[in-house]
Design a protein around this ligand. Structure first.
Ligand SMILES: [Zn+2]
Length: 299
């Protein structure tokens, strides 16, 4: 594979605060329509920040949200950003049978199309939940016409970890027309992949530590694919009885987020996920991998 210079990418998972899996016990799906919806406000804040720094980003939108707030989808497109798919009902994909995963994804595509986004190129699973037991579902995404996926996070994590998965982009099963997988970036230490680029990691790491890890990962050729949620830029703090641990995961460091994001936006050189995928395909020579239950092998 030819060297493709790593850049920075901002991705936004467009969903409500109660879609976070830490809230599931306290705010089950049957209650969602009665809860305070904040996505318009949070997304507007993200869009204004991006505008201020002239950064174009990728927004993975939840079908549930697109159905209820199509204006949010249209506004993202109007401001020139890329739209992607973040499922319909925010399931943990590893809990779904294949037919249920396909049905959720088709429903999401229909909701996005209704809001004006006809053909998203990219998919990101809720909580990166396309884990080894359901890696074969990536073929369903390919069948449904996606050209890239951003659902693998090769780290240790109690819910979505998969430390043995590839750290670098690869083509699924080696077919030239196949899905391009863009794993979330990590800093490789002996025996350990260190995450840094997500909302929670960025919120909770002090800025100097975040900057250090990002620079080390960049030196290893990793792009900085940041992911944030509209609710992380919001000042709303729902009191729904989260445990102390869940509270730190979901709300910790939220006050620092706008400041950190502004610093990052002022420093980086940015592109969208779709542009990154296109650069990789144009450079050619992408490795091909077949995922196995305990890791992967070259295809
Ligand atoms: Zn999500």
């Amino acid at each position: 594979m030819k060297a493709v210079e790593p850049r920075d990418i901002v991705t936004v998972d467009v969903e409500e605060w109660f879609h976070g899996h830490n809230y599931l016990e306290h705010a089950p799906p049957s209650t969602w329509d009665g809860l305070e919806q904040r996505v318009e406000r949070g997304t507007a804040r993200v869009l204004d920040l991006l505008d201020r720094h002239r950064v174009t980003a990728t927004f993975f939108v939840l079908g549930w949200t697109a159905d209820r707030h199509p204006d949010v989808v249209r506004e993202i497109a109007r401001r020139g950003h890329e739209l992607g798919c973040h499922s319909y009902a925010h399931p943990e994909v590893f809990r779904l049978a294949p037919d249920a995963f396909r049905a959720d994804t088709e429903r999401a595509l229909a909701a996005l199309a209704k809001a004006g986004c006809e053909r998203p190129a990219g998919y990101r699973a809720p909580s990166f939940s396309i884990t080894p037991p359901v890696h074969r579902y990536l073929r369903i995404l390919q069948d449904l016409g996606f050209s890239y996926d951003s659902s693998l996070f090769p780290i240790r994590h109690p819910r979505y970890g998969q430390p043995a998965s590839p750290r670098r982009p690869f083509l699924l099963d080696g077919d030239g027309a196949s899905l391009l997988e863009l794993p979330m970036p990590t800093w490789r230490l002996p025996g350990l992949n260190v995450p840094f680029s997500g909302g929670g990691y960025m919120r909770l790491l002090p800025w100097p530590a975040y900057r250090f890890i990002r620079a080390r990962a960049r030196a290893q050729g990793q792009p900085c694919i940041l992911y944030v949620h509209p609710w992380e830029l919001d000042d709303y703090r729902p009191q729904v009885g989260l445990s102390a641990t869940s509270s730190v995961r979901s709300q910790g460091g939220q006050d620092s987020m706008p400041r950190k994001l502004q610093k990052l936006l002022a420093q980086g050189r940015f592109e969208t996920m779709g542009d990154y995928a296109a650069r990789l395909r144009a450079a050619g020579g992408l490795p091909a991998a077949t995922l196995t239950p305990d890791g992967w092998r070259p295809a």
